[in-house]
Design a protein around this ligand. Structure first.
Ligand SMILES: C[S@@+](CC[C@H](N)C(=O)[O-])C[C@H]1O[C@@H](n2cnc3c(N)ncnc32)[C@H](O)[C@@H]1O
Length: 203
């Protein structure tokens, strides 16, 4: 990740908007505006999700990583694929609702395919087989989005289209951006990593 030009306080002010209650469309507009500074800013928040998600995937997939397709859901600027590359994965498809975030991901030339998709409102488009990786915050302002994602994953699973490999709760996801977000003594918010195996029949 790049070194940030903004202080922690400045980053907190910038992204408080994203953690506030707003419509999904407003959230994506925020990410469109944030795309250029996203990586610099999340490094200030000690954002650990991409590295942790890659570690979870790597531990769940020991063999033939180079030939396993990973569907990176809400891929953003491509930080998860960058980490997965270091772990030996080579094949990535990315989905995100923000065209500007995906433009940043595109410049990394890591994804064979990038598609715009509004999660929670559109079904997950996908090609056959492989692994599905998804991460999200579990602080209070994100609980509705998290519930929608889990509902979508449960629906795919009940249709036999994918199978849960693991779901991992992470306590230190990133630094909180406001006092309201903090749970207990910690200065961090929590998050979740979902790893699923997609079945060959999904289309
Ligand atoms: C915190 S970023 C995480 C990006 C990437 N996975 C990472 O770890 O850097 C959240 C991403 O989710 C996307 N997102 C948020 N709400 C979404 C929605 N309803 N549908 C699709 N993408 C969404 C945003 O555009 C953003 O790229």
């Amino acid at each position: 990740m790049a070194a940030s030009r903004r202080s922690l306080q400045q980053v907190r002010e910038v992204i408080t908007t994203a953690h506030e209650d707003c419509t999904p469309a407003q959230k994506l507009q925020f990410y469109d505006r944030w795309a250029q500074e996203y990586e610099e800013d999340v490094s200030v928040l000690e954002y650990n999700a991409p590295r942790l998600a890659a570690a979870v995937l790597a531990s769940g997939c020991i063999s033939n990583r180079e030939s396993k397709l990973v569907l990176d859901v809400a891929c953003g600027t491509g930080l998860v694929a960058q980490e997965l590359l270091r772990c030996g994965f080579r094949l990535f498809h990315g989905l995100d609702g923000s065209s500007r975030m995906m433009e940043m991901a595109q410049t990394k030339k890591l994804y064979q395919e990038l598609k715009q998709c509004m999660l929670g409102q559109e079904p997950l488009p996908s090609t056959s087989g492989g692994l599905l990786c998804l991460t999200t915050r579990s602080n209070t302002s994100n609980l509705q989005y998290k519930a929608e994602l889990e509902h979508e994953l449960a629906a795919l699973q009940s249709l036999g289209l994918c199978d849960c490999i693991t779901t991992q709760n992470i306590e230190k996801w990133e630094k909180a951006t406001s006092k309201q977000e903090v749970q207990g003594e910690s200065d961090y918010i929590s998050g979740v990593i979902y790893l699923y195996k997609k079945m060959e029949t999904i289309s």
